[in-house]
Design a protein around this ligand. Structure first.
Ligand code: BGC
Length: 417
């Protein structure tokens, strides 16, 4: 084959698109915890995009919702001098890793794509450490969602709840109709997610004081006792075999009609989509009772580690950052993932009603001051504080501890640094 013919053939298959010999040789190792059906499809888009650009993708997936196992694996890798090219890290943890002096910056990509203009200011700030961009954001997940199986709701003769009283009324109706009311998983982060939802139902201001400011007066208030009382009541609607259950298996219970409802962030929507279920027809997405005007945000991002002691980002790392923030990738990733693009101005017309609602509620809550970081998903506090508070909540939800004792323990845990 003549050189020209080879070039033409390569161009036709897309292999020539900006691929240099150096790029072709670089493999990017990517550590993440996206292993459920919807999650795998979403990260698959990045893998395909990178492969098309000539990079070799080395997948380092560590199963386990919310990433606790992935974070342990990452620490081991970094300590042993085998840091991956990129890892799924978010919120204040980005700065904690940057402070260790092991990350590279991706300023050139952020400048080229004008991230400052194209990201909500709150998120733009989180991607930086000491004035440098060190993380690339994927999408925005809203955490305060309740998913309901439509057929189960109709069979029970209930209506979509907007208050806790209405919620318990629906749950009772489902029970009476022989339907397991709530599908609940059995890991600490899932307990913490539900508890955080109930905190938010007391109002965004209460949430901010308790969870963002860690205000001791709010943490020990009668209102916080009420939060634990509501959580205690909720546990009576869980089934008895939830111990160790993964979040996506709980979602599958709602998808299959084995249970009526699940409290979960909208990565659960990725599972409904993966099972070809339609929002509005097969299932309902609604804000957790009492949280309609508020929005707990959870933004996934990748940070980039120094490779072989080099302080500058490699071409592969820059390509990862650039691809993650490109409009086409942002769109396709979120369609699979259940989230909405973090990049502003992406056309929402091909999204389902839940995503459209998420986008509208995001804009409204930003204006009204109800846009708050999720504690259960690593956006509000550093590792140590969030971990100590999560322990308190999980202990409460898996024992007969009184709400008053839990509140006292929570206030103490919030002082952990
Ligand atoms: C992450 C999501 C992920 C979920 C379940 C959350 O903390 O932000 O991307 O789908 O955990 O693993």
């Amino acid at each position: 084959m003549k050189v020209r013919a080879i070039m033409a053939a390569l161009c036709a298959t897309g292999l020539m698109l900006g691929v240099s010999a150096a790029q072709a040789a670089e493999s990017v190792e990517v550590l993440h915890w996206w292993t459920s059906g919807g999650e795998s499809k979403a990260i698959g888009v990045l893998k395909d995009d990178m492969t098309k650009q000539g990079y070799t993708w080395k997948d380092f997936a560590v199963a386990g919702g919310a990433g606790a196992a992935a974070m342990t694996a990452l620490k081991t890798q970094v300590i042993s001098g085998n840091a991956p090219s990129a890892a799924q890290i978010k919120g204040p943890l980005i700065k904690e890793w940057a402070d260790q002096g092991v990350l590279v910056n991706i300023d050139s990509v952020a400048k080229e794509q004008d991230w400052k203009k194209n990201l909500p200011p709150q998120i733009d700030k989180i991607m930086q450490a000491d004035g440098h961009y060190v993380a690339a954001p994927f999408s925005v997940h809203r955490v305060n969602w309740l998913y309901i199986n439509k057929a189960a709701l109709d069979k029970a003769g209930g209506k979509v709840p907007t208050t806790w009283d209405e919620f318990f009324a629906v749950a009772d109706k489902m029970k009476a109709a022989g339907i397991q009311p709530v599908a609940m998983g059995g890991q600490p982060w899932q307990d913490f997610t539900v508890w955080e939802d109930v905190v938010l139902s007391q109002g965004a201001d209460f949430y901010k004081k308790a969870i963002v400011d860690l205000d001791q007066k709010t943490l020990t208030s009668p209102q916080m006792v009420k939060v634990f009382d509501t959580v205690r009541k909720l546990t009576t609607y869980f089934d008895s075999s939830r111990t160790g259950r993964d979040w996506n298996l709980a979602t599958a219970m709602v998808i299959n009609g084995k249970a009526g409802m699940q409290f979960m962030g909208d990565w659960a929507k990725g599972e409904f989509a993966n099972a070809n279920k339609k929002a509005g027809t097969d299932y309902v997405c609604t804000a957790v009772p009492g949280t309609e005007k508020a929005y707990t945000f959870n933004v996934d991002s990748f940070v980039f580690f120094q490779q072989k002691g080099q302080k500058a980002a490699t071409p592969g790392q820059l390509a990862l950052a650039k691809t993650i923030m490109s409009p086409d990738f942002q769109k396709q990733f979120s369609l699979y993932k259940g989230s909405i693009p973090v990049r502003l101005g992406v056309d929402m017309s091909s999204y389902d009603d839940c995503a459209k609602k998420s986008y509208a509620d995001e804009q409204a809550s930003i204006k009204a001051g109800g846009y708050v970081p999720s504690l259960a998903h690593g956006m509000a506090q550093g590792d140590a504080t969030a971990g100590a508070m999560s322990d308190v909540v999980t202990k409460f939800m898996n024992s007969n501890e009184s709400s008053k004792d839990a509140v006292a323990a929570l206030a103490k845990a919030a002082k952990t640094k």
